[in-house]
Ligand binder design. Structure first.
Ligand SMILES: Nc1ncnc2c1ncn2[C@@H]1O[C@H](COP(=O)(O)OP(=O)(O)O)[C@@H](O)[C@H]1O
Ligand SMILES: [Mg+2]
Length: 259
């Protein structure tokens, strides 16, 4: 399972701006790594988040029709970004097939309800590379909400029995503090489940502008997968070769999180 962060493939501060050369480089690295049985999830970055925020999609449907349009626009923006990723993968001879979460995932109070029914296993068995993304989805309690790429990646990794989860972000891995805010933050080369849970407690007091919770959201989603024995490796996908090395199982700067 590979999750590529929206912060990596878009300019997070510039709405609807993709980092095309980064998308192409990562696609080439994925191609070069020749992983068998791969699923890719990407985040929303400056495509999904601004619209989701503007229309309060995560909070659910308040009954205003305007919000329905907001849901459509959020999903459309995600498909626009997805098309760029899909194009780059196909250009690099990766038989990627997009599965749109809004068409096959239902959540309840923001959590994925049931095993995802899309023909994921069948596609993987035929050597396709399913490509999914964080999306606006229907929710049994809220009407609709935002499903983060992080939750989707962790949940699919569990459902499919993935060997491991590689998370590509825009920092060198998991730090003991937010590296964007603290200059003295140290990179953790390794992190146990116990340490991860401690970090979750500490981070809960912080606030984030991101609708899907930034690093705290990632930690929260990864914990159940790691509990079930699926290790996660967080690497800097904004730097060349890291995604390649992580997928190949080569030594790479980053954080290994395991039980
Ligand atoms: N302890 C931490 N270690 C690493 N990054 C952190 C930490 N705390 C907060 N962050 C922030 O979380 C960000 C990653 O989350 P996010 O922006 O949601 O990425 P993505 O687009 O990959 O989902 C990093 O860019 C970093 O600024
Ligand atoms: Mg995020």
């Amino acid at each position: 399972m590979l999750k590529v962060g929206g912060s990596v493939i878009t300019q997070k501060k510039k709405p609807f701006t993709a980092k095309l050369s980064t998308i192409e480089r990562i696609a080439a690295e994925i191609s070069g790594a020749r992983v068998e049985r791969l699923v890719i999830v990407h985040g929303g970055g400056s495509f999904g988040h601004p619209l989701a925020k503007q229309y309060s999609i995560k909070q659910g449907y308040s009954g205003k029709r305007d919000q329905l349009l907001g849901f459509s626009k959020t999903h459309e923006a995600m498909m626009t970004l997805n098309k760029l990723v899909l194009d780059a993968l196909i250009q690099n001879n990766i038989p990627a097939v997009t599965i749109s979460p809004s068409s096959c995932v239902v959540t309840k109070s923001g959590r994925i309800l049931t095993p995802i029914k899309a023909p994921l296993r069948e596609l993987i068995d035929k050597d396709f590379v399913p490509l999914l993304f964080g999306d606006a989805v229907v929710d049994a309690e809220l009407g609709f909400t935002i499903l983060s790429g992080d939750q989707l990646a962790a949940c699919l990794a569990e459902q499919l029995g993935a060997e491991r989860i590689v998370m590509g972000i825009d920092e060198d891995g998991l730090f003991d503090d937010d590296p964007k805010l603290s200059k003295s933050a140290r990179l953790l080369a390794e992190c146990t489940l116990h340490e991860l849970k401690e970090m979750r407690q500490r981070m809960k007091s912080d606030n984030s502008a991101d609708v899907t919770g930034g690093m705290l959201g990632k930690i929260v989603e990864l914990i159940p997968a790691i509990e079930r024995g699926i290790p996660a490796l967080i690497v800097n996908a904004a730097k060349p070769r890291n995604v390649y090395k992580a997928l190949k199982g080569e030594k790479v700067t980053g954080t290994i999180i395991q039980k």
